[in-house]
Structures are given as structure tokens and as C-alpha cells.
Design a protein around this ligand. Structure first.
Ligand code: NAP
Length: 329
């Protein structure tokens, strides 16, 4: 099968500027953390990627360790890139990261220059790419000087192996420090990838303000709380859900009766707004102009199509926002 991209793929998508950079991202981006690994089904994840690009989702997010096994999501993505997306390479923003355990020994984890440079070289090989568009340091390293980690990001850009750099899971203060170092080096920090959803609000306690001040874009991950902020767990745990999979990072213990009660109430409010709960959860994040793009996951094409509908209504009345706060208390 030869893949031909939908000719109208740019007609409905909104692109938002990433901080004060030249980079624009689709309001909704696709992450390959789950559902694209060696344990998953090729034709299914290939169809998810086609659906995404056909709807104007130009940004695919990876990391060295996505799978399982680690590395397999990048390999699988590389296979599909070669088969289907090479003619569209210049229309794509592909990101990867290093920062979590990838290989044994002291050089396969955290934030040393040795690890970041070697890991990106491995990622490029797995994906069959000459460069990635964005390279992230995946998590702060308390034992490596921040200057060294940021110098590694700067080096990678100067080597032409990444066009832009960002950080993930850095707290507000760490982000401000990283940004100051990178500015001095001449390679600005363009994007931050934090966990943010109705159930995970830490970024509101200073990070979003820091990002705005520094001119850094924000791409929240797990905006659906890995599927909790959808209608999928309302009637139990479906067999094919992330929570039911042994390698899934969502554990059934996280689906507590209190959470379910909140999900029920949020679901009712979403229905009043004429949205699915997934759509409302995504719209709720996108209402903040400091957010560049929401980074969703999907286990099938239809979920992505459902999620994309969130772009049709990202406005909330004061009353709706208040209701959400009351439910989440
Ligand atoms: N930087 C970091 O440290 C970090 C950490 C985690 C993730 N990320 C990035 O963020 C991306 C997204 O994370 P995530 O997968 O946890 O995001 P998420 O969007 O919160 O959860 C995705 C899951 O929600 C369910 N879902 C998605 N759309 C749905 C819909 N419309 N209706 C019903 N259910 C729906 C699916 O669950 P089922 O699989 O059960 O069907 C899907 O796998 C990752 O792929 C990765 O790129 C980054």
C-alpha cells in the first residue's frame, strides 16, 4: 500500500506558536509512548500515524526508551517513516528525548554530555533520520551540573543533530536556570514538556508563568491522565485498555472510587457542553494561551479523531470553570 497524505490536511488544524520561537506546532500533537512498541500491532499504529498526519497533526513525539522494549517505538516509527512519510519529512516535527535509563552502566541514564550525545546518535539510527526537530532532556539530573547538560543540548544543535531543544519534567526554578544557561550559549530553550491535566495541576504553581516570561512554549503530556479523563473506565476496566495491559503505566489501583466519582461528574458536564469527556479535558488545557499544543496518546485511529474534535470548542464560561473546580476539589 502506498500512503498518499490527505490533500486537505491543513484546512482544519490550528497551529500555535511555540513560545517566542519561529516554531509552530499543531494544537494537538501525537505521542508514541504507548501503542507503538514491539508488543503492539504494526498495521494499527501505522493507521494511527496516517490518521494523525491526514488531520494536520504534524508533530510526533518520541523518546529513546519508548516501547516496550525500549527503543522499539523509534524503530517502528523509523520503519513507517521510510515506507510512508519520507516525501513529507519537511512537513513533520519529530522529537525525541534522553534522560531515563536506556542502557546499563553509568553512561546510559540521567544528564551527562556522554549520555545525551550517545543516546541521540542511537535514536537517529533507529529512526533513520539525519536530525530530529526537537531534542529534550527528559528529566532533571540532580548530580550533573546543569551547565554540562545544557552544553550537551547546545552541542547537539551545533552538530546539526537537532534544530531545537527543550526540557521535560523540570520544575519552574530549574527551567529558569536552564533557560538562562542556554540563552548565554546561544541556543534558546524553545519548549517544555510537563505533565498537566485536570488531575495534575502542578504547572499552575509557577511553571506556566516562568515559561511565559522566558518565551518558552509548553506541550503538556498525559492530558487525558492516560485515559482516566475519558469515558473508558466508567463501566469497569476494558480488556484492551492501558490499565489492563501488564506493560501499561496506568495501574488499576489508580482508578479509585473517588476518581471515578469525579470522572462521572466531569463526563456529565462534558455532555452538557456537547463534548466527549476526552474532548473537554483537552479543550480545558488549550484554553490557556501559554500552552502551545496538547500531547495526546491513542491506541486506535478513532480515539485520535474523537480527541481532535476538541479544537471546535476551547472556550469555557466562568460557570463551567467553577463547576470543574468544584468537582476536582
Ligand atoms: N516527558 C515525559 O516524561 C512524558 C511522560 C509520559 C508521556 N509523555 C508523552 O506524552 C504522550 C501522551 O501521553 P499519554 O499517552 O499518557 O496521553 P493521554 O492522552 O493522557 O492518554 C492516552 C490514552 O488515553 C486513551 N484515549 C486517548 N484518546 C481517547 C479518546 N478520545 N477516548 C477515549 N480514550 C482515549 C487511550 O487509552 P487506551 O490505550 O487504554 O485505549 C490512550 O492510550 C506520550 O505518548 C509521550 O509522547 C511524555
Amino acid at each position: 500500500m502506498t500512503y498518499l497524505a490527505n490533500p486537505t490536511r491543513y484546512s482544519d488544524m490550528t497551529y500555535r506558536r511555540c513560545g517566542r520561537s519561529g516554531l509552530q506546532l499543531p494544537a494537538l500533537s501525537l505521542g508514541l509512548w504507548h501503542n507503538f512498541g514491539g508488543v503492539d500491532t504494526f498495521e494499527n499504529y501505522r493507521a494511527i500515524l496516517h490518521t494523525a498526519f491526514d488531520q494536520g497533526v504534524t508533530h510526533f513525539d518520541l523518546a529513546n526508551n519508548y516501547g516496550p522494549p525500549p527503543g522499539s517505538a523509534e524503530e517502528n516509527f523509523g520503519t513507517i517513516l521510510k515506507k510512508d512519510f519520507l516525501p513529507y519529512r519537511d512537513e513533520l516535527i519529530i522529537s525525541t528525548k534522553a534522560g531515563y535509563t536506556m542502557w546499563p552502566g553509568p553512561y546510559g541514564d540521567w544528564g551527562s554530555k556522554k549520555y545525551l550525545v550517545a543516546s541521540l546518535d542511537q535514536s537517529l539510527k533507529r529512526m533513520g533520520l539525519e536530525y530530529v526537530d526537537i531534542f529534550y532532556h527528559h528529566r532533571p539530573d540532580p548530580n550533573t551540573p546543569l551547565e554540562e547538560t545544557m552544553a550537551a543540548l547546545d552541542l547537539i544543535v551545533r552538530q546539526g543533530k537537532a534544530l531545537y531543544v527543550g526540557v521535560s519534567n523540570y520544575k519552574a526554578e530549574e527551567t529558569a536556570q536552564a533557560s538562562a544557561i542556554l540563552k548565554k550559549l546561544g541556543t534558546p530553550c524553545v519548549i517544555h514538556q510537563p505533565k498537566y491535566s485536570m488531575f495534575e495541576r502542578w504547572v499552575e504553581g509557577g511553571l506556566l508563568d516562568t515559561l511565559e516570561k522566558e518565551g518558552i512554549g509548553c506541550i503538556p503530556f498525559s492530558p487525558l491522565a492516560q485515559g482516566l479523563l475519558t469515558n473508558k473506565y466508567l463501566q469497569g476496566v476494558p480488556e484492551d485498555s492501558r490499565a489492563a495491559k501488564p506493560h501499561g503505566f496506568l495501574k488499576t489501583a489508580m482508578i479509585t472510587p473517588e476518581k471515578l466519582e469525579q470522572i462521572q461528574q466531569l463526563n456529565a458536564l462534558a455532555q452538557e457542553r456537547g463534548q466527549s469527556l476526552a474532548q473537554m479535558a483537552l479543550s480545558w488545557i488549550l484554553k490557556d494561551p501559554r500552552v502551545t499544543s496538547v500531547l495526546v496518546g491513542a491506541s486506535r485511529p478513532v480515539q485520535l479523531l474523537d480527541s481532535l474534535e476538541c479544537l471546535k470548542n476551547t472556550n469555557f464560561s466562568a460557570e463551567e470553570l467553577e463547576k470543574i473546580e468544584t468537582i476536582l476539589k
